[in-house]
Structures are given as C-alpha cells and as structure tokens.
Ligand binder design. Structure first.
Ligand SMILES: Nc1ncnc2c1ncn2[C@@H]1O[C@H](COP(=O)(O)OP(=O)(O)OP(=O)(O)O)[C@@H](O)[C@H]1O
Ligand SMILES: [Mg+2]
Length: 268
C-alpha cells in the first residue's frame, strides 16, 4: 500500500562525519529521548557528539543542562547574531574520552521564526551554521519539534541521516509518512532515501498495537530497531542522568538497543 516509500537498504551511512535528524510529525513518541540516548551511546564509545535542540519546547536542553548559562541559543545563531561556538555547553564527559555537548534552545526560539526564515530563504542555513563543527564532532544529532515548522524543515534539509521515531500507535507511523510526503512536495528532498532505520520506541510487548505497528513497518519495508518501554529509564532520563553510566539492570535492554542503533548508523 505504501510502495512508493519503499527503499533499498542504506549503506552510505557507515563511518564518516554526519548530521542525524530525529523526527516525527507526531508528538510524544520519544524523539528527545532517542536524541539524548543515541548521543550518550556514541559518546560512551569515545566519540565527541553534539546535540542541537531545534525545538522551542526546549525539552532536550532542560533534560541535559541544569541551567543554560547564557541567554543566547541556537535561534540567535540562526538569526546571525551569535557564533555557534559561543552557545555550546558540555553535557557529559565519559571515561572513554567521549563527550556530549549541546547547542541549546529556549522557548523564545518560537518567536524568532520570521527573522530566521528571512535568512533561510534559498539556503541550507542550518548546515552552513554547523559546517565548521564537522571537524570537531563525529556526530551531530538534531532534535526537532513535532508539527511542521521552519525548524523541522531546516533540520531535515541539513540531515545526512533522518532517524524517524515511532511508538506503538499507528498514528505515529502515519506521522512519519505524512512528513515524508510533505517534504517531497517541497524541495525534492529524498526523505526515505536518508532513513537507514526507524526507531520503534516504547515497545511494550503487552500492547496489542505493537504488532500492528510492526506489520505496518514491515509493509513499508523499512528496517526498525525496538527500544523497550521502561519506567526506570524514564526516571533517569528526567533527572538528566545517563543510562550508560548506570548499573541498573532495569535499563540494560534499553542500553543494548541504543548500542545497536549507534552501531547501525555510526558503525561504533
Ligand atoms: N523507552 C521509553 N521508556 C519509558 N519512557 C519513555 C521512553 N521513551 C520516552 N519515554 C518518556 O516519554 C515521554 C515523552 O518522550 P519525549 O519527550 O522524548 O517525546 P518527544 O517525541 O520528544 O515529544 P515532543 O513531540 O513533545 O517533543 C518522556 O517523559 C520520556 O521520558
Ligand atoms: Mg521532544
């Protein structure tokens, strides 16, 4: 039924530097959760990873930093008023030497849309802004807001890899299909061609809907990796702690799932 979205297995994504954009038109599926844990999984292997919060809700920023030390954020960089290097904060340093950094957001990013849109016109503004950092970080992971906005579109345009996140809810898969369709009508960006896999998050085996979502993903012929739903994970996540530093058995299968995703898309 969704044949036109069928794609061949992607091979170009292994190794090399890259920008990964986490996306879904639907809210609450775990985009921010996946962005943080994927960054931690890659960094715990010794890599330097930058998180970019492109969501005015600023959940990624709030979950990774105790407080944002400067008033400037990614919006000021996109508006041409600040350099990207002046807004970056360190989130975590691992014994392996890996680090997670973040370019934060604040709620007033929402009110900067018009100003940023004027500079964006006809350019790949976010990619240009991130360009000097591609030598500093092995991976840049962009968290996006739900619902169409210039921030969501800019982040997709800048991506080498699009990482859709869905949950056991058919609407969350429809949200990805809608996003792909919407983008196709725009700049000709090949959405599915940049998707190496889909993250099926909050995969609670007791939910009958999980089977239906798996079938729909199979129908789309897209590879997917499941991340289990664990309340212990949610607690650590909300306290801003890394699952990859935790000895808790309750989070082991989640950690394993993120190592699998990191290995599949970054080869670490
Ligand atoms: N695998 C999981 N197990 C348990 N809780 C989870 C899991 N994934 C996400 N959550 C929780 O679900 C809630 C929503 O997750 P998150 O904020 O990452 O979603 P989102 O897609 O970024 O939402 P939004 O669209 O509003 O940006 C959070 O409280 C998060 O801690
Ligand atoms: Mg979010």
């Amino acid at each position: 039924m969704h044949k036109k979205y069928i794609r061949e297995k992607d091979t170009k994504t292994e190794g090399g530097k890259m920008i990964v954009t986490v996306a879904n038109e639907k809210g609450g599926v775990g985009k921010t959760f996946v962005a943080i844990n994927l960054a931690d999984a890659i960094a715990s292997k010794g890599e330097r990873v930058l998180l970019v919060d492109l969501d005015p809700q600023s959940n990624l920023t709030m979950r990774t930093l105790e407080k944002v030390l400067t008033e400037h954020h990614i919006g000021h960089v996109l508006a041409g008023r600040e350099k990207i290097t002046s807004i970056i904060h360190t989130v975590r340093v691992y014994d392996s030497g890996g680090e997670v950094h973040i370019a934060p957001s604040k709620p007033d990013l929402a009110f900067m849309q018009d100003e940023i849109a004027r500079r964006w016109m006809g350019t790949n503004l976010l990619r240009k802004v991130l360009n000097p950092l591609e030598r500093v970080y092995s991976t840049i992971i962009i968290d996006t807001p739900p619902m169409t906005s210039i921030f969501q579109l800019m982040a997709l345009q800048a991506a080498d890899v699009v990482l859709p996140v869905v949950s056991p809810d058919l609407n969350s898969v429809e949200g990805v299909i809608a996003l792909a369709k919407h983008y196709k009508g725009g700049t000709g960006f090949d959405f599915w061609g940049n998707v190496p896999l889909v993250v099926l998050n909050k995969a609670n085996k007791r939910l009958s809907m999980l089977k239906k979502v798996r079938s729909l993903l199979d129908e789309l012929k897209v590879e997917y990796i499941e991340v289990p739903q664990r309340s212990a994970v949610s607690r650590l996540h909300e306290e801003g702690l890394s699952l990859f530093d935790s000895n808790s058995k309750a989070v082991l299968d989640v950690v394993r799932a993120f190592y699998k995703i990191a290995s599949r898309i970054r080869g670490v």
